[in-house]
Design a protein around this ligand. Structure first.
Ligand SMILES: [Zn+2]
Length: 192
């Protein structure tokens, strides 16, 4: 059997095309060797990790991936064999609007509304506030305009929850867009 290498990617196009018409999102949840969820990857990347025996299949789908030489059940959740040293401090992860909204439950942190969301610097940049996870919150546009470039104490507008660096599950939620049912038991309750 010809070994599968990165230069000979498994052809997953036909099953993926079929799955898009069903409820499958085409993403795979990656667990660390400790079963802690750490990431989301493509089906193709998961297939390579499985075939190189760098990961084990934890949850499989009903469909199959086929290449010239391999048939593999469609991975849904995989687990790395060797512990990946993921920094617990995810402050280095890119701050995106979607990730801020997901962390803040898609609600304005000043009034609670879920519509017309923007992001707000709690300490305004004009007052030296940094673009960090601890200083950015989801805010509706009206609250953002009302607060303008004032400090929270000056206008008595304080975020409902002190903003923090989000956990890995927030980035998993953002990357997947929708959480498949088969992932839920591997994620913390707040992610599902
Ligand atoms: Zn608001």
């Amino acid at each position: 059997m010809k070994p599968l290498t990165a230069s000979a990617p498994i052809d997953v196009a036909p099953p993926l095309a079929r799955q898009r018409t069903t409820r499958d999102v085409g993403r795979v949840l990656v667990l660390n060797a400790t079963y802690e969820p750490i990431n989301v990857c493509s089906v193709r990347r998961a297939a390579v990790l499985l075939l190189k025996e760098k990961a084990d299949m934890i949850e499989r789908g009903g469909s199959e991936l086929r290449s010239e030489h391999h048939v593999l059940a469609r991975p849904i959740v995989i687990k790395l064999r060797v512990y990946a040293n993921v920094p617990r401090d995810s402050s280095k992860r890119k701050i995106t609007r979607r990730a801020v909204f997901a962390r803040d439950g898609w609600a304005c942190q000043y009034c609670g509304t879920r519509s017309n969301l923007t992001v707000d610097h709690v300490i305004p940049r004009s007052k030296g506030g940094l673009s960090t996870w601890e200083n950015i919150v989801a805010s509706c546009a009206p609250c953002n305009r009302r607060k303008a470039d004032r400090l929270p104490a000056q206008i008595n507008m304080h975020p409902r929850k002190a903003p923090r660096v989000p956990g890995a599950h927030v980035f998993i939620t953002v990357a997947a867009q929708r959480i498949p049912a088969a992932w839920r038991q591997w994620l913390p309750a707040e992610a599902a």
